[in-house]
Design a protein around this ligand. Structure first.
Ligand code: PIR
Ligand code: CA
Length: 318
């Protein structure tokens, strides 16, 4: 029986604000053989740009991902003032975990230029952008070099939600930080998959998950154990969760295997003028699923397969 040749790994650029769950996204992207992590860019979000950039370099050093360009991006949103999530991620942006001092140097380019250079250096349809923080860098890249909009394969972002908010009753943090940037990204015309809170609030790092990671007993598994512990404590104290939702690797998991995240085509807009609803993502789920729509929303997660991927990634680095 003929078997189809395995397709080559998906080339991605990860734009992140590490952040406990961003660190797990970096881990999954670096370790999974179905992903070719081309570059990492940072964006102020969970903490200031300076702090999240230091965290990104430290995490990549710990993971042994030392041969890819890392560039720092925007210090603030397009229009609105800086907002950080110190209540959840702490003063450092990665409180409660031990990080090595960075063993890699920052690329001299601005993140916006590294995004453009990476997309333009590859064939059309080759590079997928995976933003897991506020969308400022991605929006500016699309404005600075509109040719990337045609050229990227898709944008798979963690942010937003159809039925849930976390930073406000109806708005998710990444979108609320820079709603104007999110509006640019949703409207650009490229394919966008919004992996939002409806999906990521199912990715709970339960004690069973922590035990599976702990069994691997390696520097990387201890690091992930610390992450889950610290993130869990913050989520319990601040948001009343029994276990922390590990948001950002859900977007990477979708790129690895789209069957892990159930999606539906739907028009997507961002509320920019709301009295109480600024930053809300509005998904048009009325009527039959449209066929001509370039945006999709995540509506479900295969929880077991998701954690299998994360645990497998830790095992590969252990
Ligand atoms: C998580 C985040 C911000 C605030 C809270 N309360 C929790 C970060 C995560 O890194 C993720 O990318 C997204 N923003 C979830 O809202
Ligand atoms: Ca994040």
């Amino acid at each position: 029986m003929a078997t189809a040749a395995p397709s080559s790994p998906r080339k991605i650029l990860l734009d992140a604000d590490p952040g406990h769950d961003d660190a797990v996204a970096l881990l999954l992207a670096h370790a999974n053989p179905r992903i070719d992590l081309l570059a990492v860019t940072t964006i102020g979000g969970n903490q200031t740009l300076e702090k999240v950039t230091r965290n990104a370099l430290g995490v990549l050093t710990l993971l042994g991902a030392t041969d890819l360009p890392v560039a720092a991006g925007c210090t603030r949103p397009l229009v609105r003032p800086v907002r950080v999530a110190a209540d959840i991620h702490g003063e450092s942006g990665l409180d409660g975990v031990d990080l090595p001092s960075p063993g890699i140097a920052l690329d001299p380019r601005h993140a916006v230029d590294l995004i453009i250079d990476t997309v333009m250096a590859h064939a059309p349809g080759e590079v997928t952008l995976v933003p897991t923080g506020p969308l400022t860098n991605i929006a500016l890249a699309a404005r600075k070099e509109p040719a990337i909009v045609e050229r990227v394969r898709e944008v798979v972002l963690m942010g937003g939600g159809v039925h849930e908010g976390n930073a406000t009753p109806v708005a998710e943090f990444n979108i609320l930080c820079d709603p104007e940037a999110a509006a640019i990204v949703f409207d650009a015309g490229w394919d966008v998959v919004m992996v939002g809170l409806d999906v990521t609030h199912q990715a709970l790092a339960t004690p069973e998950v922590a035990a599976r990671v702990g069994e691997l007993d390696s520097p990387v598994s201890r690091f992930v154990g610390q992450l889950i512990e610290a993130f869990g404590r913050a989520y319990r104290d601040v948001q009343g969760f029994d276990a922390p939702p590990v948001h950002d690797p859900c977007a990477v998991a979708y790129v690895i295997d789209p069957a892990i995240v159930a999606t539906r085509r739907a028009g997507l807009t961002v509320e920019l003028a709301g009295g109480h609803t600024t930053g809300m993502t509005v998904a048009d789920l009325r009527g039959p699923e449209p066929t001509d729509c370039h945006t999709r929303v995540g509506v479900g997660l295969d929880v077991e397969r998701f954690w299998d991927l994360v645990v497998d990634a830790v095992r590969r680095l252990s």
